[in-house]
Design a protein around this ligand. Structure first.
Ligand SMILES: [Zn+2]
Length: 294
């Protein structure tokens, strides 16, 4: 889809449709968790983290990022129609075993599905978008409808809209600032001889998440898997490995995140909320802890 039309459509949806969704769905969706808005603790989040921020940083400090204005209380302003963020609080999980215990509590089948996907050879890692453009195009055009609604990419997306494909192997680059970044996480199936733009990569990208960080908050923006691989449990394995990274924090970009956010309780159909529940997310409330720019 043309980027401009796409952006306008998203903005209109956020301005006009989201408040209606919140008004009509929130109580019902929170009831799926046996809770209501009043009984959810508010989590303060710091989005600058000036002491940890490193130049060159992509963050604009002149106003609160749009994501936070949609999901968090900013100052004294309390909008009753603010989206209900679906969160996993990372500091509550001292080790991956603690996260596995949460998954097991939500569904007895999730861990065995994750292990089954691992046995099939799938593995998760960060990747450079230009190295896997054709595979990503195949993923994004593999379905006409997804849990979040119709997928216009199916008809309009061309590979060149995604990125300029790389013509050589690219090493995965760490973000410059560990507090403010975008990292692409992918799930790969081994496939000797597999090429992308003439470069032999030896593996096929079958699912991906565009993960972003704004200070204390890490969030999933795009999350998608190839239609033919969804039954293999690829999304849950990918999510599990991203959680492992955030819990074990082997590099600065993963350290000290307070929460992982994946959309709102009011987004998508009940099937999407069920997936989030099985993946360990709970409805939360966020408050922007500091309003002062650097
Ligand atoms: Zn920064």
């Amino acid at each position: 889809m043309d980027n401009f039309i796409g952006n306008v459509a998203v903005r209109l949806h956020q301005l006009l449709v989201e408040p209606i969704l919140v008004f009509s769905l929130r109580a019902k969706r929170l009831a799926m968790y046996g809770t209501d808005r009043i009984h959810i603790d508010e989590l303060p989040i710091e989005w600058h983290r000036a002491d940890d921020c490193r130049a060159p940083c992509p963050l604009h400090t002149d106003k609160v990022p749009k994501l936070l204005r949609r999901y968090a209380r900013v100052g004294a302003k309390q909008s009753g129609l603010c989206l209900t963020p679906m969160l996993i609080r990372i500091p509550d999980l001292p080790a991956v075993t603690a996260f596995d215990a949460v998954l097991k509590q939500r569904s007895t089948r999730t861990l065995s599905k994750i292990r089954s996907a691992q046995r099939r050879g799938y593995s998760a890692r960060q990747f450079m978008l230009p190295s896997h453009v054709a595979d990503m195009h195949a993923i994004r055009t593999s379905m006409a409808f997804r849990a979040a609604g119709p997928v216009f990419d199916r008809w309009f997306l061309k590979p060149e809209h995604i990125a300029q494909p790389a013509s050589e192997k690219l090493p995965v680059a760490s973000p410059c600032c560990p507090m403010h970044w975008t990292i692409w996480w992918g799930l790969f199936a081994p496939e000797p001889g597999h090429h992308q733009n003439g470069v032999e990569v030896g593996e096929r990208l079958v699912a991906y998440v565009k993960v972003m960080r704004i200070g204390d908050l890490v969030h999933y923006t795009e999350i998608m898997g190839h239609r033919d691989r969804l039954a293999d449990g690829v999304m849950m394995l990918l999510h599990h490995e991203i959680m492992r990274w955030l819990i074990e924090a082997p590099e600065p970009a993963a350290r000290d995140a307070k929460a992982l956010l994946y959309g709102a309780a009011e987004h998508g159909g009940p099937g999407l909320l069920t997936w989030k529940k099985r993946a360990g997310f709970v409805p939360g409330r966020l408050r922007v802890a500091s309003l002062l720019p650097l």
